[in-house]
Design a binder for this molecule. Structure first.
Ligand code: FEO
Length: 618
C-alpha cells in the first residue's frame, strides 16, 4: 500500500524509509535507519525530483503511482547521481516513455557510466540559472558541485519558495511518521545525526558548501526538501546556521574530545587521568574508545569540539590500527582549526605520538601542543607531572577560563558593586506584544518571570521609552512570546532596533497569529506564549513593573528557550574581521580547489585529471 505525504497542495513526498540497512554507503552505521526522499510536483506538467535506493524501490513506485493519480510523468529532475537516488531512473524511463530527464552535462556523463543507457534523446540539459516552467511553477536550477558529488545541482521553485536541496541539509534517520522537522524535537533527537551526516558526507567540501550557502542566501526560501531526513518549513535558520559553522570548520563548542586506542587499558588510564584534570579546571570533556565507537561518530564529534586529544598505543611500530584509521579519516574530511594534544604508549619503541603528529601537521591550522605524554607500558607516579603539564597547556588555550582562586582571596570588598555581576543572572529573551485598536506592536524584553502559581501570575518589567509599555499601560493586556534557540537575529532587529511609533514592526511578517485576547504573538521561533491581564503596575523610574494574571498559555515548540547568554554566543553577529576571501580556482568537474593567485596553464586537477580550462576563479 502506498505511503505518501503532502507538503503543499502541489507537492507530495513519495520517498521511502529503510530501517534494515546496517551501514550506509558501506561505512556509516545507521541505527535509526535512513529515508530516501523523492518529491512529486503536480503542476500542468508533472515533475519528479530524484528517485530512491533499490532497497525501497517497490514502495517508491507504488507511492509515485498513487501521487500521479493516473497522470503521466513529464519530467524527472536528476539532482544527484549517487545510486541511492538514481537507481530507479531506468525503470522510470521504461514506465514513462515520454518522460524527459532534466539534468546537467556531468550528470549525463555519470548516468552513462552507471547505467549504460541511451539518454541523449530524452535529456533536457540545464546550466546554472536555467529555468523550467511547468505551468504554475517556475523551477530554477543552481549548480552545487561537490555537495556531495561533482554533478550535484539543487532546484528552487520560486512559486512556492521551495528549495530542493539534494544532499544539503540532510540527516540520517528514518522518518517515523513525521515528515517535517518541526514535528519532532530536532535539536534534542536529530541534531547529532544531522552533524554526523554533514561531516561524513560533505564535511570535506566546506568551500563548496559555503558557495551553495552564498547562493541560497539570495533566495527567499520557505521550505527545504533534502534527499535524506526531514523537510524544513519552520525555523530553517536553525540548520542553516549550523551549516555555516560546519562548513567553515569552526568548532561549535569549547571543550576537549579525547579519542584513545588502548589494548590493555594503560593508555586509556592516562587519557582518563587527563580528562579528570581537565574537568577539575572546568573544561568539558568527552571520551571515545576508537576501537568501540564508530569512526563516523568520532569524526562528527571532532567537528563539534574545539580541542582534540589523541592517545594511542604503538602497534607494529606504528599507530594502533583503529587510531590510524581515525586520523586518516579526519584528515580526509579536512578537519582543521583545532588545538590538539597527543599521548603515546609503547613498551619498547614508542612511535605513535610522532606519527600522529606528522599526519595532523598536514591538516590546516592545527595548533599541536608541544606538551607530550609518552608512556612505557603503564603510567608511573612520576609521570602524573606530565599529565598535569598537558592539562595546564590545554587549559592555557581556553580564553576566559577562570584561574582557580583560594576562598580567602575571593572575598570581595564589603561595599563593592560590580555591574558585570548582573550578567550572571540567567535571563531569557521575549517578544512582548500589545494591541491598541488597530495598532499592533511589540518589543524585546528580558525580564519576564512567573511570580505565583495560585493564582497564576507573572511579572514583566518594560522600559518606559518603549511604545509597547505605553500601550500596555493603556489597555492592560499583553502577550509574551518566549523565544527559543532557533530565533534569528532579524527578530531582534525588527522588534528591538526600531520604535513602533515610527514603524509597523509586523509589516512583512508572514503570520497573523493572535491569542484569545486578540493580540499578536510569534508562532515561529517561539517555545511558548503567555497572555497576561495587568493586575498591578509599579513605576520604577526607567521601567514599569507589571504584575499580571495569566489568561492563556500554550506551548509551540520543544526547542530550548533562548537565554541571554545563548543570544550573545550564537545569535548576535560577532564583529568580524573581513571574512578571509580565499584566492584560488575551483575545478568545475570535481570541485577540487587550487589555492593561489594564478593557475598555471598546464595545471592538471589531481582528482579528476581535467586541465586548467575546467577551472574557474573562486
Ligand atoms: Fe544519498 Fe550523496 O547521497
Amino acid at each position: 500500500m502506498h505511503c505518501i505525504k503532502k507538503i503543499t497542495d502541489d507537492l507530495t513526498w513519495v520517498g521511502a524509509n529503510d530501517r534494515r540497512l546496517a551501514m550506509f554507503e558501506g561505512v556509516y552505521s545507521v541505527p535509526g535507519g535512513v529515508s530516501y526522499n523523492s518529491y512529486l510536483l503536480d503542476d500542468e506538467k508533472t515533475v519528479l525530483f530524484d528517485t530512491v535506493d533499490k532497497a525501497v524501490h517497490n514502495r517508491f513506485l507504488e507511492n509515485l503511482a498513487a501521487a500521479l493519480q493516473g497522470k503521466k510523468l513529464d519530467y524527472l529532475v536528476v539532482q544527484h547521481m549517487e545510486p541511492d537516488h538514481s537507481i530507479v531512473i531506468c525503470d522510470l524511463m521504461a514506465k514513462y516513455p515520454k518522460m524527459k530527464l532534466v539534468c546537467n552535462e556531468k550528470t549525463m556523463e555519470l548516468m552513462k557510466q552507471f547505467y549504460s543507457i541511451e539518454t541523449d534523446s530524452r535529456v533536457c540539459l540545464v546550466n546554472e540559472g536555467d529555468t523550467l516552467d511547468t505551468g504554475k511553477h517556475t523551477l530554477h536550477f543552481v549548480m552545487a558541485p561537490m555537495v556531495h558529488w561533482p554533478e550535484v545541482m539543487v532546484t528552487y521553485d520560486s512559486t512556492d519558495k521551495i528549495l530542493f536541496s539534494a544532499d544539503a541539509f540532510g540527516c540520517f534517520g528514518a522518518l517515523n511518521g513525521a515528515l517535517f522537522a518541526d514535528e519532532v524535537d530536532f535539536a534534542r533527537d536529530y541534531m547529532d545525526e544531522a552533524r554526523r551526516y554533514y561531516t561524513n558526507i560533505v564535511g570535506k567540501y566546506g568551500t563548496q558548501v559555503e558557495s551553495l550557502l552564498d547562493k541560497a542566501s539570495a533566495l527567499d526560501i520557505e521550505t527545504v526538501c533534502p534527499l535524506h531526513g526531514f523537510v524544513w518549513r519552520k525555523n530553517i535558520s536553525t540548520l542553516i546556521s549550523k551549516y555555516a559553522l560546519w562548513s567553515s570548520y569552526a568548532p561549535e563548542e569549547n571543550g576537549v574530545m579525547i579519542a584513545y586506542a588502548s589494548v590493555y587499558g594503560n593508555t586509556e588510564n592516562a587519557a582518563e587521568l587527563l580528562a579528570c584534570k581537565l574537568r577539575d579546571k572546568g573544561i568539558r570533556t568527552v571520551m571515545y574508545d576508537v576501537s568501540v565507537t564508530p569512526a563516523s561518530d568520532i569524526v562528527s564529534e571532532a567537528f563539534k569540539w574545539s580541542h582534540m586529544v589523541f592517545a594511542s598505543t604503538t602497534y607494529n611500530a606504528g599507530i594502533f590500527v583503529t587510531m590510524e584509521a581515525l586520523i586518516s579519516d579526519l584528515a580526509a574530511h579536512n578537519i582543521q582549526n583545532r588545538t590538539v594534544a597527543i599521548i603515546e604508549n609503547g613498551s619498547w619503541a614508542p612511535t605513535s605520538g610522532a606519527l600522529i603528529r606528522e599526519k595532523l601537521e598536514e591538516c590546516r591550522n592545527m595548533n599541536i601542543l608541544d606538551s607530550k605524554v609518552s608512556i612505557s607500558s603503564s603510567l608511573k607516579t612520576a609521570q602524573l607531572e606530565d599529565i598535569n603539564a598537558m592539562a595546564e597547556a590545554i587549559a592555557a588555550t581556553f580564553p576566559g577560563l577562570p584561574s582557580p582562586v583560594k576562598l580567602e582571596e575571593a572575598a570581595p570588598p564589603p561595599d563593592s558593586i560590580d555591574p558585570m555581576a548582573m550578567f550572571k543572572f540567567s535571563y531569557g529573551l521575549f517578544v512582548l506584544t500589545a494591541r491598541d485598536g488597530d495598532k499592533d506592536n511589540g518589543c524585546i524584553i528580558n525580564t519576564a518571570i512567573q511570580m505565583t502559581e495560585k493564582p497564576l501570575r507573572i511579572s514583566i518589567a518594560v522600559n518606559k521609552a518603549n511604545f509597547t509599555c505605553e500601550m500596555i499601560q493603556k489597555t492592560g493586556e499583553f502577550n509574551v512570546s518566549i523565544l527559543d534557540e532557533s530565533a534569528p537575529f532579524s527578530i531582534f532587529q525588527t522588534f528591538g532596533f526600531q520604535s513602533g511609533r515610527d514603524a509597523d514592526k509586523f509589516d512583512g511578517y508572514r503570520f497573523n497569529a493572535r491569542a484569545a485576547n486578540g493580540i499578536r504573538y510569534l508562532p515561529e521561533n517561539t517555545g511558548g506564549v503567555i497572555s497576561g491581564k495587568v493586575k498591578d503596575s509599579y513605576d520604577y523610574g526607567t521601567h514599569i513593573l507589571f504584575i499580571a494574571d495569566v489568561t492563556q498559555a500554550f506551548i509551540l515548540s520543544e526547542v530550548p528557550s533562548l537565554t541571554y547568554r545563548y543570544y550573545f554566543d550564537h545569535v548576535k553577529p560577532k564583529p568580524q574581521a573581513q571574512k578571509e576571501k580565499k584566492e584560488g580556482f575551483v575545478c568545475r568537474i570535481c570541485g577540487h580547489v587550487y589555492e593561489g593567485e594564478t593557475l598555471p596553464d598546464d595545471y592538471i586537477c589531481p582528482l579528476c585529471k581535467h586541465g586548467a580550462d575546467d577551472f574557474e576563479k573562486l
